[in-house]
Design a protein around this ligand. Structure first.
Ligand SMILES: [Zn+2]
Length: 295
């Protein structure tokens, strides 16, 4: 550790395992140390740093086998009716549901495919994307829609799509810039990208700190600010970048459970959803949506 990590008096560290995933910078300032996996309660401690060059907040060391942190991950499993209802009522406004009219959708980070299916019902010709090839194959078989798993595939299929969506998925990617470049290639000129991400700069994140629900270590790899994401989108071929804050009750309910129990406990999680809805009326910034148009 000592030979890997050197800290200057200004708190800037050089760690030879650190590499900013957005700009490639080698130095960071520590933001959070030794955060456990509170959602899945898997072993390990994870630390976050802010790139000294571009200020991106990201996990300091991307776990070598990220796939293991998705074993049994709820968003990848088939949805129960109760959860589908919960999603519609509590987190429904996070998602965009424009009419498709036969246009083509690419959904990056399709999880269990519910959004692909919902958009198909709205007239979209939908294609999914999942990093893990085995999960992509299983999902494609389950829902009967194509699900890609390679960036090269996206690049080959250039100028095909009218809309690309990242619903709480960009923050999970260890290659956010490369993925946005490939998605930019895959979109037709004038095509739209819509991204929803947790907001580490939000008041909600500051109130709950290392117990913030949307920190979700180690699955959440990067936390782009609005300015950083606008810059990344411009650099990857997009224009007309627009933001909307998205408050969600789960931020408060999950964070309160983490504060009291250290993990997601049903005794707090469920009763705190309603107060969470009130909290999200007052503190309206836990997540944000950004939309942009391919230049
Ligand atoms: Zn950077």
């Amino acid at each position: 550790m000592a030979e890997l990590l050197q800290r200057s008096p200004a708190g800037i560290a050089v760690d030879h395992r650190f590499r900013c995933l957005s700009c490639g910078g080698p130095e960071y300032q520590a933001v959070l140390d030794d955060v456990p996996d509170r959602l899945m309660r898997l072993s390990g401690r994870f630390s976050y740093g802010k790139c000294a060059r571009c200020n991106l907040v990201q996990i300091r060391e991307v776990p070598a086998d990220l796939g293991q942190y998705y074993a049994g991950y709820g968003r990848h499993s088939k949805e129960s009716r109760a959860y589908a209802f919960f999603r519609r009522v509590v987190t429904g406004r996070c998602y965009s549901f424009p009419r498709g009219l036969g246009r083509r959708l690419l959904d990056v980070g399709s999880g269990n495919g519910w959004y692909l299916q919902a958009m198909t019902r709205r007239g979209w010709v939908a294609t999914g994307y999942e990093l893990d090839a085995a999960h992509a194959n299983d999902l494609s078989r389950q829902i009967g829609l194509p699900v890609m798993s390679e960036l090269q595939q996206l690049k080959r299929d250039s100028d095909r799509f009218d809309l690309a969506t990242f619903n709480f998925s960009l923050e999970h990617l260890a290659q956010p810039r490369q993925t946005l470049e490939a998605v930019s290639d895959a979109l037709k000129p004038g095509g739209q990208v819509i991204i929803v991400v947790p907001n580490f700069q939000s008041r909600e994140a500051r109130i709950f700190g290392r117990k913030w629900f949307h920190l979700d270590a180690p699955r959440h790899i990067t936390f782009y600010s609005k300015d950083q994401l606008a810059k990344l989108l411009t650099e990857t071929g997009f224009k007309d970048v627009q933001f909307t804050d998205i408050p969600v009750a789960t931020g408060f309910a999950g964070s309160l459970s983490y504060l009291i129990f250290g993990y997601l406990h049903p005794l707090v999680w469920y009763p705190a959803i309603l107060p969470g809805m009130l909290f999200s009326l007052l503190v309206r910034d836990g997540n944000f949506r950004v939309s942009a148009v391919k230049a």
